[in-house]
Write a protein that binds this ligand. Structure first.
Ligand code: PMP
Length: 395
């Protein structure tokens, strides 16, 4: 036993260091409940921490309500899509997604992480350049690392710096420009119009990750690219089923030649077992409902606006958020953790987001509003957050 411990002492030392720096992460059992509540550690908490923006995951009704799925409830795909895993639901849903996004084609991946980790290395290699907003999601960063392309990061939404970097690109290399549409830890939106202009000017390919904006913006929830009428100009649109659609999985929408190429070159599609058909049936149901039930999108935008302006009126610094993702920037890791704990004590679940997820010195609480939240619960939450913030001298 002691030998085993000695063998892992380097791990223990690293864990001790994380604990000292208030950076430890812990898995805590939690069950999502309707109306934006959850049960965690035997307590009922208002859930201001999930990405279940339209409330589908918390309702838990996607599968149970649809008896006709019966025989389609296959728990696994059996293999990668290229081996035996291409259940008919894949092609049907891909055609529907392409029509929804206004593209020639769509291709489903087993998660957003897998899509980014597979698509980027399929498009660029060691002699190419990738231009990436500094606040892009970790799965984009990992995709770039896997590609071995030169990783050029520009300051968040800094178009002057980006243009400067594009100007210096070596002749003849392929250039990929990549951005989150809605930034996951700041709630800010990418300057898509300007990025389209720059990628055209410098001959780059533009990839937009709509993980947090899909299902919410655009007339039927197609995302920010669509809302800004840029779908014909953005070469690669990535969307997920893991957030607004309350499930799991992701897709790429673009030209038919792109998706055919990805079937042949994206290693996370070729070598990863396909998404279970039952998951795909469930998310497709949510996707259809999300389009029909426009009140979810409208309510989310309305509730988020009120919650954000109420927090600002109370004196909190919510960064540049313009969406349902609302950070309360605190700075210090220990204070962010203590604030999150204080809120948990009064019945609110929120996450303390610390480095390396966000830049050093910008630890924060990240609140996410859901369409399912009741207005009175959010008002109560603002009162509690304000009282806790005063107690901790944050405001
Ligand atoms: N892109 C962004 C911007 C994300 O925030 C996330 C998830 N947090 C992902 C991709 C990965 O998606 P998934 O959770 O479906 O793997």
């Amino acid at each position: 036993m002691q030998e085993t411990n000695a063998k892992w002492s380097w791990m223990q030392e690293e864990l001790d260091r994380l604990e000292r720096d208030h950076l430890t992460r812990k898995l805590v059992p939690a069950i999502l409940q309707p109306q934006g509540w959850m049960e965690r550690g035997g307590r009922r908490l208002l859930n201001l921490a999930s990405n279940d923006y339209l409330g589908f995951a918390s309702e838990g009704s996607s599968i149970g309500m649809h008896a006709e799925f019966g025989e389609n409830m296959r728990s696994g795909a059996g293999a990668s899509r290229l081996i035996v895993g291409n259940d008919p639901i894949y092609e049907q849903f891909e055609q529907e997604l392409a029509a929804f996004k206004g593209t020639e084609s769509a291709l489903i991946f087993s998660s957003g992480y897998m899509a980014n980790a597979g698509v980027i290395p399929a498009l660029v290699g060691r002699h190419d350049m990738v231009y990436s907003d500094r606040l892009n999601h970790a799965s984009i960063v990992d995709g770039i690392l896997l590609s071995r392309a030169k990783h050029v990061r520009f300051r968040h939404r800094d178009l002057d710096q980006l243009e400067h970097q594009l100007l210096k690109a070596p002749k003849g290399c392929r250039k990929l420009l990549i951005t989150d549409a809605l930034f996951s830890m700041d709630g800010t939106m990418a300057p898509l119009q300007e990025l389209v202009f720059l990628k055209d000017k410098y001959g780059a390919i533009l990839m937009v990750d709509e993980a947090h904006s899909g299902g919410i913006y655009g007339e039927a929830g197609q995302g920010l690219v669509h809302a800004m009428h840029l779908q014909d100009q953005v070469e690669i649109q990535m969307g997920t089923f893991s957030k607004a659609y309350g499930g799991y999985g992701a897709y790429i929408a673009g030209d038919a030649v792109l998706t055919t190429y990805l079937v042949n070159r994206a290693r996370t599609l070729i070598y990863n077992t396909a998404l279970p058909p039952m998951v795909l049936h469930a998310v497709r149901t949510n996707w259809i409902r999300a389009q029909q039930e426009s009140w979810r999108r409208e309510q989310l935008v309305h509730r988020a606006h009120k919650f954000r302006t109420d927090l600002q009126a109370a004196g909190f610094h919510t960064g540049d958020s313009e969406s349902h993702i609302i950070p309360l920037i605190i700075g210090d890791n220990a204070r962010a953790v203590a604030f999150s704990q204080a809120l948990q004590d009064v019945g609110i679940a929120s996450v303390a987001i610390r480095p390396p997820t966000v830049p050093e010195g910008s630890a924060r609480l990240r609140f996410t509003v859901m369409a399912a939240h009741r207005e009175k619960d959010l008002c109560w939450a603002v009162e509690q957050i304000t009282a806790a913030g005063k107690q901790m001298e944050l405001i």
